[in-house]
Design a protein around this ligand. Structure first.
Ligand code: FE2
Length: 377
């Protein structure tokens, strides 16, 4: 009789994450007037003054205002002279996201690992120092003119980063309950979604966790396709959209035309009380997409029991969707600049890890109404 000895069970091969990310460090916008933009984000969205950099701090070509709310930091940067890359960026795109900065333990390793895998360098590892310590940053290019910066700030104790000083303001509107960046969506050109999915897989070690084709995301008139990329621990999620053929122009095409290329479509911000946050934001003048009231007729049947009352959701235009793990509530602002480009999403997750697939149709019909009013459908 033959005896076979089972080979000792091997632990499943877990590939080490070559790009461990601790989350989003900050998002930098290039804007036409950073001082006014900072005032808008403080007034409308409840951001707090954090730090300032400009001629007074030794930065000669630009002014930057860092503002924050809980774990969310925005940097608003404007050129103060013509004929430089920031001014060119604004002339081409209008206001928009330039950098999605990611928090890492080791910015040098992040740059080495990503550039070794084909990432195009934007900034070699650079150590910035001041009296509060040192901060290492590096960066690579992604779609359009957007870059990912890697920020290592373990040895830095200052208010934001070297080159900035604390920004103290007498104008400090209260916060609006915005907590952190949930996800950041990129719009890319025709047939460019899969190449960028591959970029996030190969260069940054992300995984494709969800895919939506044009059948999932289409209305009578227009369509788009989307794939959601996530890093290993799920702290950083980047859905990538591309336009799809429809009877009329896709919202992604409208974006690409007015942004003059690929770029960030929306930044989704988490809250733990969406009714309170959205009530507050509306009072402060933030404009949201109008959802047809018929959406709410079938909502209780579609999502079942939820903790919130349906009435305030309907009044505010908040959307609800359920998946296997729970549900989520979400709402989308209108574009925050005159070009129909960047907008924001406010999202509250109650177990659900998805992105509101059940809301796509209602949402895109609302978007098309706006597109039509602009004469771009
Ligand atoms: Fe989103």
């Amino acid at each position: 009789m033959q005896t076979t000895i089972a080979a000792p069970k091997k632990a499943p091969a877990v590939e080490a994450d070559f790009l461990p990310l601790q989350g989003t460090d900050y998002i930098e916008f290039y804007v036409g007037n950073a001082r006014q933009a900072a005032h808008f984000y403080k007034t409308a969205f409840g951001f707090q003054s954090l730090a300032y950099s400009g001629p007074e701090t030794g930065t000669k070509d630009r002014a930057s205002y860092a503002i924050c709310q809980n774990k969310l930091t925005f940097v608003l940067t404007t050129p103060i002279r013509p004929n430089n890359p920031i001014a060119d960026h604004i002339a081409k795109h209008g206001d928009g996201v330039k950098a999605i900065a990611l928090k890492v333990e080791d910015a040098t390793s992040a740059w080495n690992e990503t550039t070794k895998r084909g990432g195009k360098s934007f900034m070699k590892p650079t150590t910035l120092t001041d009296d509060d310590g040192e901060l290492v940053m590096s960066g690579i290019h992604t779609y359009g003119e957007v870059v990912h910066l890697f920020i290592e700030r373990e040895n830095y104790n200052g208010v934001f980063m070297p080159g900035f000083r604390k920004w103290e303001s007498v104008y400090n509107p209260p916060e609006a309950g915005l907590l952190y960046c949930d996800h950041c969506v990129g719009n890319v050109g025709w047939n460019q979604m899969n190449p960028w999915v591959k970029f996030y897989e190969d260069v940054m070690g992300f995984r494709n966790i969800l895919s939506f084709d044009d059948k999932d995301i289409s209305t009578e008139y227009s369509a788009l396709m989307s794939k959601v990329m996530s890093n290993g621990n799920g702290f950083v999620k980047f859905p990538i959209n591309e336009p799809a053929e429809g009877k009329k122009k896709s919202q992604v095409e409208e974006y690409l035309e007015f942004y003059n290329g690929e770029g960030v479509q929306h930044v989704a911000i988490a809250t733990k009380d969406i009714v309170k946050t959205v009530t507050d934001l509306q009072k402060r003048g933030v404009e949201f997409l109008n959802i047809p009231s018929t959406y709410y007729d079938t909502l209780p049947d579609r999502v079942g029991h939820i903790d919130e009352d349906f009435e305030p959701l309907k009044r505010l235009g908040i959307l609800v969707d359920r998946d296997d793990e729970g549900y989520l509530l979400q709402i989308f602002t209108k574009p925050v600049e005159d070009r129909p480009t960047l907008f924001f999403e406010i999202i509250q997750r109650k177990g659900a890890k998805s992105f509101g697939k059940g809301n796509f149709k209602a949402l895109f019909e609302a978007l098309e109404k706006e597109q039509e009013a602009r004469g771009n459908l």
